[in-house]
Ligand binder design. Structure first.
Ligand SMILES: [Zn+2]
Ligand SMILES: [Zn+2]
Length: 288
């Protein structure tokens, strides 16, 4: 082995992985801890704490879920396409979520929704899942939807983690595994790589920075942050289609979880939407 100094870096980033390695069900444990950490001293502390309990319940449910089907024969393009998924595997995650969550303090409406969901039959459950997965929330029962969405996340996260990242084809407009919208993006360290995080299956896919995640425009992109913020959270807004997505800069906010940090930074959403931008992102815990 030579001791002579070697040069690294340069203009090229090298080959950029399209998908980040999927953490699998550990995602829920991490997210739960992140919600707990964010809840302290936060104006939405009780809500964030409840979301932390819901994530912890998802971790329990994912451990109890039967192993997902063999991923080897799945298509490379959107192997988990949510718009065509009619599996009722997610309902197996419902009972553990209800059981884990019921002892927790929560608003009366949430408790009523949770109890009602636990007693729904097969048909209404299938209709509820189809509605959530379609992304069209018109007429959705908002008291039960976030809990059903949490169970659907358990199914999709568990499955996504089994798919080799190299086997997935690039796709435009949504998650390359399941087609869902992102919840937010993360910008990695000094390489300044940006990945969007799927709201449903938790996969993270690469998208060039300074590019609209909705219409693909690279012109007219601007960044908003809250006054006094260290640059750890920004809204990337597109003047072409008037949409935005939030980005968390992991160098300054290393523990950020796209879903948890999204809910802890809603003050930024309020101000950006007042500027006439619409969020091109979805948080499944915020359907209510
Ligand atoms: Zn996905
Ligand atoms: Zn755009």
């Amino acid at each position: 082995m030579s001791d002579s100094p070697r040069l690294v870096g340069g203009g090229e980033l090298g080959e950029i992985p399209y998908l980040r390695p999927h953490p699998g069900p550990a995602l829920f444990t991490r997210r739960s801890a992140r919600f707990e950490a964010l809840a302290g001293g936060h104006t939405l502390g009780d809500y964030l704490q409840f979301c932390g309990r819901l994530s912890a319940a998802q971790a329990v449910a994912s451990a109890e879920l039967p192993p997902p089907p063999d991923a080897r024969n799945l298509a490379a393009v959107r192997p988990l396409d949510a718009s065509v998924s009619h599996s009722d595997e997610w309902t197996e995650a419902l009972q553990p979520i209800v059981r884990e969550l019921l002892p927790a303090p929560m608003p009366a409406a949430a408790r009523e929704g949770l109890t009602r969901l636990a007693n729904l039959g097969r048909k209404p459950l299938a209709a509820l899942a189809a509605k959530i997965l379609s992304g069209d929330f018109e007429g959705l029962d908002l008291a039960v939807a976030p809990f059903a969405a949490a169970a659907l996340q358990v199914q999709f996260v568990t499955r996504a983690a089994r798919i080799p990242v190299g086997a997935v084809a690039r796709a435009e407009g949504g998650c390359p595994l399941c087609g869902s919208r992102p919840v937010a993006g993360v910008v990695l360290g000094d390489d300044r790589l940006r990945y969007l995080a799927c709201a449903l299956c938790g996969s993270q896919w690469y998208l060039t920075r300074v590019k609209c995640s909705r219409c693909g425009s690279t012109a007219g992109i601007s960044y908003f942050s809250l006054e006094g913020d260290s640059g750890a959270v920004k809204a990337e807004a597109c003047d072409g289609c008037r949409s935005y997505v939030k980005l968390f800069y992991l160098e300054r906010r290393p523990a950020a979880d796209p879903e948890a940090d999204d809910l802890a930074t809603l003050a930024l959403d309020t101000l950006v939407s007042e500027q006439g931008y619409q969020k091109n992102a979805l948080n499944l815990f915020l359907l209510a």
